[in-house]
Ligand binder design. Structure first.
Ligand code: 2BA
Length: 114
């Protein structure tokens, strides 16, 4: 079924924020699928949520993402990172952004339900 108006929203969030977001999405009637994923940089478990929705619903979903996924900073030992920056001190933790969400909104060329 060709559908120019259908969007796929891909949301990557921390596990705890993703659980709250999933609950809110389903309560509001948005379809959603949660996939367990792992961040390449921190190697922590996170969650990827897929939601196929109409174009005019995207702003509503983004508002829910913003209200449920809050970014904060955390200090992690440099030894746990996949690479050390030039001149990084091994004794000083590195500040990284955790929580919040990364969102991709993608046009759906075709949707089939069999
Ligand atoms: P991670 O790759 O584990 O990254 C976790 C956080 O570490 C990132 O948060 C960012 O603040 C920091 N970070 C990542 N790469 C870095 C680097 N080379 N140097 C310094 N700090 C770095 P977010 O940007 O909020 O990303 C959260 C998670 O979202 C990522 O986990 C990854 O799983 C995913 N992600 C972010 N951008 C993406 C993209 N363009 N494509 C696919 N996945 C993405």
């Amino acid at each position: 079924m060709p559908n120019a108006q259908l969007k796929l929203v891909v949301i990557i969030a921390s596990d705890s924020d993703a659980d709250r977001l999933m609950k809110a999405l389903i309560e509001q009637g948005y379809p959603a699928t949660k996939i367990s994923s792992t961040g390449g940089f921190l190697h922590r478990g996170n969650a990827t949520i897929l939601s196929g929705i109409e174009a005019d619903e995207v702003d509503g979903v983004l508002a829910m993402v913003k209200s449920k996924c809050h970014a904060r900073t955390e200090y992690v030992p440099v030894q746990t990172l996949p690479f050390f920056g030039e001149g990084a001190s091994l004794s000083e933790p590195v500040e990284v952004r955790v929580g919040g969400a990364i969102v991709f909104v993608v046009n759906v060329e075709r949707f089939e339900k069999t």
